[in-house]
Design a binder for this molecule. Structure first.
Ligand SMILES: Nc1ncnc2c1ncn2[C@@H]1O[C@H](COP(=O)(O)OP(=O)(O)O)[C@@H](O)[C@H]1O
Ligand SMILES: [Mg+2]
Length: 400
């Protein structure tokens, strides 16, 4: 009988244990520098950007853990902290979809206040939210950003003065998924004005550390050209083959499993550099394995389960998003090709159209992030699992 074990993979939540965090060496170095600068009164705000599922919340969380004095990650990466350990006070706010700016500002203060009250039970800071309530009540679209900034900084200073007495390194306000606030709320002006105001008031060790979907920072810049001078952008790249291997092997080793040499590369080629599918593959391979060794058959079984079950709806959505008719034919042709990289010539022959008769469709599929251009006249699926899905279920056929 197969022994029960704790699954070392966790596709549904950010990395909490620093020892299970892989890759991101350069970003961690940059982040440690921002902490060091901030502690030394040279505030460095930053935003971690990347696609959905690339690992933004995980890195944000690791930053928080490090900023509160847990050094495992820095040790593992051999990063010079510049100090023995950090001792920031930090709060965490998850932005909700479509949240208003005044409500976000209030949440940031409320979350910070509750953190302070939890950590220093003797302090019991009480903030008067009357000003925010007043702004929120104002329905005639006359919510001035200046008023929100004023209320925000006023409340922040009350907390700051109390925290300062406790000789902390400073305050870090973590904001996950900042892109959920609409650009039109004036969110980028808000952060710019707050950071300038803090600077004028000689408060140099409070920072904002946010995360947002790729393009979020550029979108923010659209409204206020100098936002990129407030927040430093830390973009997250795709995981390399080596990093993918590290995530897998760390998991397997944790529970004493061995694996065929080919498994890390196979997993890499089907996860397209995203950590989430790596965790899904890892977890599924362990669950289908009948001994303590992962072989290619386990990989194939896991892939089948992912395509036909775990990821089925998501893949179906991508296929629907592609559009009908010619779009489906192109994808069907691409799925038939024996290699990952498909020449245009092959697609042309399969769908019986000249290349110039469907080049606009190819362009649309690229814009929709379904396929990508590998080289001149060579294309590939962005999510390799979509190819498997089409091979299994076919494409969407609608009779005209
Ligand atoms: N550096 C990493 N090492 C190992 N697993 C990671 C890493 N970064 C992210 N993951 C895993 O990938 C998945 C997606 O990560 P998450 O941080 O939630 O992404 P995002 O916030 O960008 O959507 C989660 O299962 C998480 O545990
Ligand atoms: Mg996230």
């Amino acid at each position: 009988m197969k022994k029960r074990f704790i699954d070392p993979f966790f596709p549904n939540r950010p990395v909490i244990d620093p020892n299970l965090f892989e890759g991101r060496n350069e970003q961690i170095d940059e982040i440690v520098d921002a902490l060091f600068q901030t502690k030394n009164n040279n505030a460095k705000h930053f935003i971690i950007t990347g696609d959905r599922g690339i690992g933004k919340s995980s890195l944000l969380l690791q930053t928080k853990i490090l900023s509160e004095g847990e050094n495992s990650l820095a040790k593992k990466y051999g990063v010079d902290l510049g100090v023995e350990k950090y001792d920031f006070l930090s709060s965490w706010t998850d932005v909700t979809e479509g949240q208003t700016l005044e409500n976000l500002a209030k949440s940031l203060i409320a979350d910070l206040q509750s953190t302070v009250n939890k950590i220093f039970s003797s302090l019991k800071i009480s903030i008067d939210f009357g000003g925010f309530v007043q702004i929120e009540k104002n329905t005639n679209d006359e919510k001035s950003i200046t008023d929100i900034v004023y209320e925000f900084v006023k409340s922040l200073k009350i907390i700051y003065e109390n925290v300062n007495k406790q000789s902390k390194d400073g305050i870090i306000i973590f904001i996950d998924e900042l892109d959920r606030v609409s650009v039109s709320t004036g969110v980028s002006s808000f952060f710019k004005l707050v950071s300038e105001k803090l600077n004028r008031e000689k408060i140099h060790n409070i920072i904002f550390v946010a995360s947002g979907i790729t393009g979020a920072i550029q979108k923010l810049g659209f409204e206020h050209a100098s936002i990129d001078r407030t927040f430093r952008d830390i973009p997250l790249p795709l995981f390399t083959e080596q990093e993918t291997k590290e995530i897998l092997v760390t998991g397997f080793e944790k529970i004493g499993f061995t694996y065929d040499e080919s498994i890390p590369f196979l997993t890499y080629s089907f996860s397209s550099g995203f950590p989430e599918p790596i965790h899904i593959f890892g977890s599924e391979m362990l669950s289908v394995s009948t001994d303590n060794h992962i072989c290619e058959e386990d990989f194939n079984k896991a892939k089948f389960k992912i395509v036909t079950d775990l990821r089925k709806n998501k893949l179906q959505d991508i296929l629907t998003k592609a559009g009908y008719g010619k779009y489906q034919s192109i994808l069907e042709a691409m799925a038939k090709y024996s290699d990952v990289n498909v020449p245009l010539e092959f697609i042309s022959k399969e769908i019986k159209f000249k290349q110039n008769e469907f080049s606009a469709n190819i362009g649309t599929l690229i814009d929709k992030n379904i396929i990508r251009r590998v080289d001149r006249s060579v294309y590939a699926f962005i999510d390799p699992l979509l190819k498997e899905y089409i091979k299994h279920f076919g494409t969407i056929k609608i009779d005209k």
